[in-house]
Ligand binder design. Structure first.
Ligand SMILES: Cc1cc2nc3c(=O)[nH]c(=O)nc-3n(C[C@H](O)[C@H](O)[C@H](O)COP(=O)(O)OP(=O)(O)OC[C@H]3O[C@@H](n4cnc5c(N)ncnc54)[C@H](O)[C@@H]3O)c2cc1C
Ligand SMILES: NC(=O)c1ccc[n+]([C@@H]2O[C@H](COP(=O)([O-])OP(=O)(O)OC[C@H]3O[C@@H](n4cnc5c(N)ncnc54)[C@H](O)[C@@H]3O)[C@@H](O)[C@H]2O)c1
Length: 450
């Protein structure tokens, strides 16, 4: 039995910096990782998907430039696109290994499970520690479909290993992954069908978000099957056929992508041996201070049902580190921002109007269409809108939804206002630069004076 000061299970976005910091403080740290170092974000998530989208959006922009008087002939070298994706992913993962090693973290390349709250085993090793941090993330949820067994399913785990672009790709799910990869594959030349079991894409967002994205995806030739389920999936001779509830049959050359949500990576953990409670879906139950129900065991990131974003897992690490140092921090008092990297992008922060009303705020929303923004007209971006949600009692900004060009960047202006506790009146008085997309934010706030 080995002894350590800290055990980290999973090299996700919070686990790696935590392990590095603890090791730099002179503690003996053992990190278990059963797959590639760097977790979902680097290997099967943000990094490869955004590298792929860089190529896809370059192709898409070129094709859609005709209204500007530019007529481009686009030729996609899919092999080269994917080589670039994989080389960026490999270099990021190697960087993680270097960081951990240089800090003196002992890396055990094996699946870990608990023997008791202080003892973890994996790769033939048993390690005992007073502090264990679980950062094991999530994996793709596979929809329960009759006859799905035997079908070579694509998920976020293997799609970035593709060598050949599928002629036709059938995607289950019109959420983040389905939309980003659906538009990406379409722009690279695949015939894409998205089957979504809700009548709106990205159905947790302001209703108009789904409408704008549906229009944008249609312009890219994506076929949308909304409010629709798959009844049957058959795989024969390399061809997969999906029969939809509306009677249509979609056929693809073996490319069916499951993008229908996530399941937590807890099955292998042996949580019950350590007295770690899981919720009904298998997520680790934590309190406001990331404590699980087992003494000395904490959980951060996606596996603890925190909002499933890289920056949240990273911020969890900062908060847990502060808590371990005796500071008064909690897990949920953050201004949450996130984005969807379709074109147009969706930049989000804080509450939607419905969420604000449901939380008891006397909330009001104002909306500015893209077509009223000078920069958007000049650049030929006609799709999208900016929406601001404010509290009528305090004038505080409660949230925003920006749908438009580089909205993921522009939404940070509002995130900074919210973090600083400022009001829409301060935003309205700010003189932003002309002609920019940012200039539209004070104009948006000005609508509240009417
Ligand atoms: C396609 C896709 C695109 C995404 N794009 C974005 C984006 O643009 N922006 C964004 O903010 N977020 C994005 N996300 C979400 C983001 O990837 C996750 O929220 C982020 O990785 C945080 O994960 P984590 O730190 O909780 O753990 P993860 O990064 O999931 O890491 C968990 C690690 O634990 C390991 N592990 C699991 N069980 C065990 C075990 N028993 N023993 C040892 N090791 C184990 C796993 O192998 C994995 O390496 C995307 C996700 C996907 C799937
Ligand atoms: N840009 C980003 O930050 C980014 C990108 C990708 C993923 N992510 C993270 O990863 C998480 C998972 O993404 P996701 O897209 O898998 O999940 P999701 O929950 O965002 O979307 C899945 C959608 O699929 C639908 N669905 C479920 N089962 C279905 C079925 N059988 N047939 C048709 N539709 C079905 C659901 O209604 C749901 O809206 C996200 O919640 C997000 O936190 C973030």
């Amino acid at each position: 039995m080995e002894k350590a000061d800290v055990i980290v299970i999973g090299s996700g976005q919070g686990g790696v910096p935590l392990a590095v910091d603890q090791a730099r403080c002179g503690r003996k740290v053992v990190l278990f990782e059963r797959a590639a170092l760097g977790g979902s974000c680097i290997n099967y998530g943000c990094t490869p998907s955004k590298a792929l989208l860089a190529a896809a959006h370059a192709a898409g922009r070129a094709r859609l430039a005709a209204p500007l008087g530019i007529h481009a002939e686009v030729k996609v070298d899919f092999e080269r696109v994917m080589e670039r994706v994989r080389s960026i992913r490999a270099s990021f993962s190697q960087g993680i290994e270097r960081r951990l090693t240089e800090a003196g973290v002992r890396i055990v390349r094996a699946e870990a499970s608990f023997l008791d709250p202080q003892t973890v085993t994996g790769g033939g090793l048993q390690v005992q520690s007073p502090l264990v941090v679980i950062n094991t993330g999530t994996g793709p949820a596979i929809p329960e479909l009759p006859d799905l067994k035997g079908l070579p399913l694509l998920t976020n785990l293997n799609i970035f290993d593709l060598e050949k672009l599928p002629r036709c790709t059938l995607i289950l799910g019109g959420g983040y992954i389905g939309l980003e990869l659906g538009q990406g594959l379409a722009r690279l030349g695949s015939e894409v069908h998205i089957v979504h079991n809700h009548d709106r894409l990205l159905n947790h967002e302001e209703p108009e978000v789904g409408e704008v994205l549906a229009e944008a995806l249609s312009r890219d030739g994506v076929h949308l099957h909304l409010d629709c389920e798959v009844n049957e999936a058959i795989y024969q001779n390399g061809i997969c056929a999906l029969t939809l509830a509306d009677g249509q049959t979609l056929r693809g050359d073996a490319a069916l992508l499951a993008a229908a949500g996530r399941i937590p990576n807890t099955a292998a953990l042996g949580a019950s041996a350590a007295g770690i409670d899981l919720d009904k879906q298998g997520y680790v139950v934590i309190d406001e201070h990331f404590r699980t129900t087992a003494p000395g065991v904490y959980a951060i990131g996606d596996v603890a049902r925190q909002p499933a974003f890289t920056h949240v897992s990273w911020e969890d690490y900062r908060r847990l580190q502060a808590i371990l140092n005796g500071e008064q921090r909690t897990r949920s008092d953050r201004v949450l921002g996130y984005a969807v990297y379709t074109e147009p992008q969706v930049g989000r922060v804080g509450l939607t109007l419905d969420q604000a009303l449901a939380q008891g705020h006397r909330a009001r929303a104002v909306t500015l269409p893209m077509a009223h923004i000078a920069r958007a007209i000049e650049w030929g971006h006609d799709l999208g809108f900016y929406r601001l949600v404010v509290d009528e009692d305090t004038d505080k900004i409660l949230g925003a939804t920006l749908v438009g060009y580089e909205a993921a960047e522009i939404v940070h202006v509002l995130l900074a206002h919210m973090q600083a506790g400022s009001t829409w009146k301060i935003l309205e008085q700010s003189v932003h630069i002309h002609p920019t997309y940012g200039e539209a934010l004070p104009s948006l706030a000005r609508l509240l004076t009417q």
